[in-house]
Design a protein around this ligand. Structure first.
Ligand SMILES: *[C@@H]1O[C@H](CO)[C@@H](O)[C@H](O)[C@H]1NC(C)=O
Length: 997
């Protein structure tokens, strides 16, 4: 019970204590009418009747390709850092390369990145709830926004009730709805929410299409709440349950990117007030809150630490961080707005390394999971007048039933990186107090704080009147309540507890802490410096206050000890036991069997651990190895684990095997296997062909990604002087063109244009008068555009073509994309999205095991002599001991030649296309080699395509492996041996030796 009853605020209030419990009749909960497992009221979601703050991490399974075993690594790191939920898109384009893939049931092949059910099960194993967001449209900076390429070919509009579009999406949504339905919480699975469509608005709430998506979920057994993320956060209330119309969802959410185009104004006031206006029966839900920002061609990465906490200012209780782990746009999965890396500045970087943001997220998550009063707190007021400095903005939240107050504080200006010191006036049950009474609070850049008043914790139900340090978390171990307080190093800390009479305060394990008791308040005063333990006892109440400076707090973890039952490894207040552990870089799990505490995780060097565990524990294991431990004066255990590990990386500047890879420019090249481009009509009515008879839109011929090759034939009269071409490739694309094997030139594209119109003069002596002439266009493909309402409706290929001079027209055109197109790729394991129309890809030279013994030898570092394409192969060993995680990347030295050297590279690791580099545009020069594709027990095959776009050729200045750290880890890698060349030999085009350029 409360140590002291509050003044008038709470006297209304037998409801005060009633509301503190989960099943209080005071709370009127809403439901879908189909299940009570997930319910809500205007303040928060409830899972199995218990209020919960949904702190969610966005993670796209397909962006961590290769061995699906690796998903558990990222999921465990998410869980270990304070999250309780993962949100994921499903990418329709990967599961339905054709409309009738697998008889209309889609490709969800076990053991591949397409195994969505496995991903969901790994989430559950990690103890994470899940939010499924399968679209049909997802945006997500992925090609077509998740629409398979063939969807763009559909006549009429997309994302409407156009019957052609309906026919396209229903099989996919039926298939994915079934997978989701059988993995819902009601069936023992982790899925608690399902989103319909994505950032969709059909103005204002009328959409038979949206309603049809919802009906498809329900018809296939989805019973949990259906959500929607309104792109225009809260402004329009699209599909809010509290507004009339078709397509209404159960829970209305918004998206918010304060570090990108948006500012705090949108997060703070527009979102909060608009949400209250258009969806008052819903908890505040941010389906996407920027955890970093998108990386564009030609741009620069975004970073930033700590601002995620600001979102709480609007009483958000469903918060999904987009992206928490961004991953890699391998193959052709990027949309043209994004390059290979989808790192996003997320808390876990593209190479699975948890960065400083994860500490910030963990501090927040561990606080939110135990701060139940916060979940039903109302926003009372906000502004810059709470603090003595007007540079600091405060939002004041208060729980109407318990009186607990929460002051969410941060710099008023979102870009500010200033260091500001201030004091704040807080309202307590003993009246207003300026804290700290002496000294100041420190705000460093984007750091935010949640300061509490009248905050009750622990088994003893002790009340904190106020604290100038934040609460990291609290837990009860044996019969002692532990509360962890933290603030920036050097800041003044002051924490006031309410007690009926003076407790005994033991400061023996404290450093620089003083205590005083008067008028029912115990005040601890301190300067933050390392760690202090203060023991407070009064009668049966036993409290240890652990006071940490922020760098020290960043090392502490509070893993739960899994209990019994289906969801025993999910945090649930009052049912889980917790231990407190300091030191490890990642602490994945903790478990206790009799007297043994087993800790599982990762270390980034020699690490001293400190452990607070139940008295019964006398042995500690780290990754199954007993730790030599000693008892500290403050009652904890300490010991040393780990050591210094190194991995030696092989050099890549040696000789490789080499072949030319553009035989198609030879006029006599046999293109009988190419597709005849004989269509003369198109459904891309918004972007019709600009000139020429044949429609040369690659999607219409079944090619949806990767390099494209066109061969056009005409009979020359001799009067032709130039070739006019418009080629549409997407942002940062480009193309090269040859006539009768003679190079005409290249268009380099730019980061902000999608197509190029050029007139190429025909050099004298190039034409074959009275005979067949062959024009070849080799183009890059930067992915299919995303969309608002007409998605995928931008062609890739030649928009227009004409010969200048004479009356000559092209007789015929042929084209080639990836071998077999999307319908019949030879490599169904990696999928059609992995390769394009490059000759070396068609013959399978990017795959391990390709016979390259007859190739020439050379290196990308010695260059390509003229415009054209060379393809290089090499192998390397990366021996890494069991128990070591050594993430590596491939680094390209950007060419410094002036004028800029125009060339493009594509990299393949063990047959997977893992990178696309554009020397003239950038910015990416370092490419992750995913651990889920790297082999440790056998040789890795690296292939490099060098496309020289200038007549003078191109030279790669440097190529090397670099390390992203060496961690001793509980992870166990086994080589993901995916189909090699021999498995596909029969299905591949015939090879032969092509002279390098
Ligand atoms: C339940 O949701 C509906 C909207 O679907 C709303 O009209 C109603 O007020 C809500 N009830 C409660 C108790 O929040």
């Amino acid at each position: 019970m409360l140590a002291r009853l509050f003044a008038p605020l709470l006297l209304a209030a037998s409801s005060c204590l009633a509301a503190f419990h989960d099943h209080s009749p005071v709370v009127r909960r809403n439901s879908t009418g189909l299940t009570d497992a997930v319910t809500w009221d205007p303040s928060s979601l409830f899972i199995n009747g218990q209020r919960i703050f949904i702190l969610s991490a966005e993670f796209h399974p397909w962006r961590l390709p290769g061995n699906p075993d690796i998903w558990a690594d990222v999921l465990q790191k998410i869980k270990a850092n304070g999250f309780n939920t993962v949100s994921f898109y499903v990418n329709w384009a990967l599961h339905f390369p054709t409309p009738d893939t697998n008889g209309g049931n889609g490709d969800f092949e076990a053991g591949t990145y397409r195994d969505i059910e496995r991903f969901i099960q790994e989430g559950k194993k990690a103890g994470l709830w899940m939010i499924a967001r399968p679209g049909p449209y997802i945006n997500g900076e992925t090609t077509g926004g998740g629409f398979p390429g063939w969807v763009g070919n559909v006549a009429g509009s997309l994302r409407t009730n156009n019957p052609n579009y309906t026919q396209a999406w229903v099989p996919y949504m039926t298939a994915i709805s079934k997978i989701i339905a059988r993995n819902q919480i009601t069936n023992g699975g982790p899925i608690i929410l399902v989103q319909a469509e994505n950032e969709f608005s059909a103005g204002p709430t009328q959409s038979p299409y949206m309603q049809a998506v919802i009906d498809t979920y329900r018809a296939n057994g989805v019973v949990v709440p259906i959500t929607h993320n309104d792109q225009h956060a809260g402004q329009a209330g699209n599909f809010s349950p509290d507004l009339p119309g078709t397509g209404r969802v159960n829970i209305y959410c918004g998206d918010s990117y304060p570090q990108g185009a948006n500012s705090w104004a949108q997060v703070q006031s527009i979102y909060y007030s608009a949400h209250k206006a258009v969806a008052p029966s819903n908890p505040l839900c941010l389906a996407e809150f920027g955890g970093g920002f998108l990386l564009n061609w030609g741009g620069a990465p975004f970073g930033g630490t700590g601002y995620e906490k600001y979102s709480n200012a609007q009483t958000t209780t469903i918060l999904n961080i987009y992206m928490l782990f961004g991953g890699t746009n391998w193959g052709s999965i990027a949309a043209p707005v994004s390059y290979t890396s989808y790192d996003y500045g997320g808390g876990i970087n593209e190479n699975r390394v948890a960065g400083p943001k994860m500490n910030e997220m963990r501090l927040q998550g561990l606080f939110l999971r135990v701060s139940r009063d916060f979940l039903a707190a109302n926003l009372l007021a906000n502004g810059t007048n709470y603090t003595t400095s007007n540079l600091i903005h405060t939002a004041e939240l208060r729980n109407p039933d318990t009186g607990a107050g929460f002051y969410v504080t941060r710099h008023d200006s979102s870009p500010s990186t200033a260091l500001t010191t201030t004091q704040i006036t807080v309202q307590t049950s003993l009246g207003p107090i300026l804290i700290p009474k002496s000294g100041t609070l420190t705000f460093n850049g984007r750091e935010a704080k949640i300061l509490v008043t009248d905050y009750v914790f622990g088994q003893s139900k002790t009340s904190i009147l106020y604290s100038a340090a934040e609460i990291m978390t609290w837990t009860t171990i044996d019969n002692t309540d532990y509360i962890i307080l933290y603030a920036p190093a050097g800041q003044t800390g002051e924490t006031s507890f309410l007690f009926n009479s003076a407790p005994t305060v033991d400061l023996a394990a404290a450093n620089g802490v003083s205590s005083s008791f008067s008028n029912g308040t115990l005040v601890l005063s301190y300067t933050l410096n390392g760690s202090s333990f203060v023991t407070i006892t009064l009668g049966t109440t036993s409290i240890v206050a652990i006071i940490l400076d922020k760098p020290t707090a960043n090392q502490w973890h509070a893993p739960i000890i899994a209990g019994p039952g289906t969801f025993g490894n999910f945090f649930s207040i009052g049912t889980n036991q917790t231990v407190l552990v300091s030191g490890p870089y990642v602490l994945r799990t903790a478990s206790i069997v009799s007297n043994r505490l087993s800790l599982v995780g990762d270390l980034n060097g020699t690490t001293t651990i400190e452990v607070i565990a139940p008295k019964a524990v006398s042995t500690i294991l780290w990754n199954n190895v007993p730790v030599r431990i000693t008892r500290t004066a403050r009652g904890s255990f300490t010991g040393q684990v780990g050591g210094t590990q190194t991995v030696s990386l092989p050099a890549l500047d040696g000789t490789m095997t080499l072949i030319g890879s553009l035989p198609e420019i030879d006029p006599d090249f046999n293109d009988s296997n190419f597709t005849l481009a004989d269509l003369t009509t198109t459904n891309y009515t918004n972007l019709p062909p600009l000139a020429g008879t044949q429609v040369l839109y690659s999607q219409q011929y079944g090619f949806y990604g990767g390099n494209l090759i066109f061969r056009g034939r005409f009979n020359a009269s001799g009067e032709e002087t130039a070739v006019n071409l418009t080629v549409q490739y997407g942002f940062a694309g480009g193309y090269s063109t040859w006539l009768n094997g003679i190079f005409l030139g290249s268009s380099q594209g730019s980061a902000t244009i999608s197509l190029s119109t050029d007139s190429w003069p025909i050099p004298s002596g190039t034409l074959r008068v009275g005979q067949t002439n062959v024009l070849v266009v080799f183009q890059d493909h930067m992915g299919i555009i995303e969309t608002n309402t007409n998605g995928g409706k931008e062609p890739r290929g030649i928009r227009g073509y004409a010969l200048v001079g004479g009356n000559t027209t092209f007789d015929s055109w042929k084209l080639q994309g990836n071998l077999g197109g999307a319908a019949h790729p030879p490599d169904t394991f990696r999928g059609y999205i992995n390769e394009g129309g490059l000759w070396a890809e068609r013959i399978g030279a990017h795959l391990p095991g390709f016979p390259d013994q007859t190739w020439a030898s050379g290196s990308p570092l010695s260059g390509v002599s003229k415009a054209g394409i060379n393809f290089y192969r090499t192998t390397f060993q990366l021996p890494v001991s069991v128990g070591i995680d050594a993430p590596v990347r491939l680094s390209i030295t950007r060419s410094t030649a002036t004028p800029v050297s125009n060339f493009r590279l594509q990299f393949y690791l063990n047959g997977w296309q893992v990178g696309k580099y554009v020397n003239s545009i950038g910015p990416q020069t370092i490419f992750v080699l995913p651990a889920s594709l790297l082999r440790r027990q056998s040789a890795n095959t690296l292939a490099v395509m060098v496309w020289a776009m200038d007549a003078s050729g191109a030279t790669v200045q440097g190529l090397q492996l670099i390390s992203d750290g060496v961690f001793s880890s509980s992870l166990r890698f086994t080589d993901y041996v995916t189909p090699d060349f021999n498995a596909q030999k029969q299905l591949r085009a015939t090879g032969g030796f092509i002279q390098p350029m």
